[in-house]
Ligand binder design. Structure first.
Ligand code: DGL
Length: 272
């Protein structure tokens, strides 16, 4: 039996999943959260599906050991290739949530006509967004573009300024993304440059809804947990942060997110 007092486990390769963690905590401030940033293996985006599955399984086992009631795969790349595996691993011990299904549902509900997807090479190669959107509504046009420079750019702190502007401009200018009415930020790192993406469309006089994918997932998690009576009743939650490699950028960003220094626990994942 899952108990509402148990924590929520949430993971990503690095800081991207913090955008999701933040959105979840905004909706559910009383939850205890365990965050795992697999910084030793960042980026996930250019790794093979088998490797991502191995890392995800190891982190999933850690969350089950920590008695998590919910495991959120706060990474599109891992959601695309390891969701079924983690569901199998968790059985009835924990509910597994990926970050793709809530966004696909939102896209359908919003009745967009031509949806652009940007994401890592792994997510785009998996073809998971077009497949899931088309399954729900074959009339929606979907076009996808891998934007592999964005994760290293964001992890290195280039969020505003000329460099990120130039990189974004290059990607968003791609003819593949012409005529879209909406854009999925299909990597959990990308909400960190959402304002810059919106500025690009404003500058070019284009009306494109840039989806706040992390907030969509936050609302989805709240509704799901409410419907399953899994919300923690006690006030105020405690949050633990684990990383597989201690990096200054991760320490700085967690600090930016939480307004205070966060105690990062270094936990090694055994390599194959
Ligand atoms: N933030 C992750 C995603 O949503 C992974 C990025 C990466 O490590 O390449 O895909």
């Amino acid at each position: 039996m899952i108990n509402p007092e148990q924590p929520i486990g949430i993971f990503d390769s690095g800081i991207g999943g913090l955008t999701v963690a933040n959105a979840v905590l905004k909706e559910l401030p009383n939850e205890n959260l365990i965050y795992f940033g697999d910084t030793a293996h960042l980026p996930y985006g250019d790794k093979s599906a088998d490797t991502i599955r191995f890392f995800s399984k190891t982190i999933g086992e850690f969350f089950l050991f920590k008695d998590c009631k919910v495991i959120i795969i706060a990474c599109n790349t891992a959601s695309a290739v390891a969701y079924e595996l983690l569901c199998e691993l968790s059985g009835n011990k924990a509910i597994v949530i990926n970050v793709i299904d809530p966004v696909v549902d939102y896209t359908i509900e919003s009745k967009f006509k031509k949806v652009g997807i940007i994401g890592t090479q792994g997510t785009i190669n998996s073809g998971i967004y077009p497949k899931k959107i088309k399954e729900k509504n074959p009339d929606v046009e979907v076009c996808s573009l891998a934007t592999p420079l964005l994760v290293p750019m964001i992890e290195s702190g280039f969020v505003t300024g000329q460099i990120s502007e130039l990189v974004l401009e290059n990607y968003l200018n791609d003819p593949i993304l012409s005529d879209i009415d909406s854009l999925v930020l299909g990597c959990t790192h990308y909400p960190l440059v959402k304002k810059e993406v919106e500025a690009y469309y404003l500058k070019h006089n284009r009306k494109v809804e840039v989806m706040a994918t992390n907030e969509i997932v936050g609302r989805y998690v709240k509704n799901l947990m409410e419907s399953k009576n899994l919300l923690r009743k006690k006030k105020g939650g405690k949050h633990l942060f684990y990383v597989s490699d201690y990096t200054a950028s991760f320490a700085n960003t967690t600090k930016l997110f939480y307004g205070e220094a966060v105690n990062l626990v270094h936990l090694k994942i055994t390599p194959r």
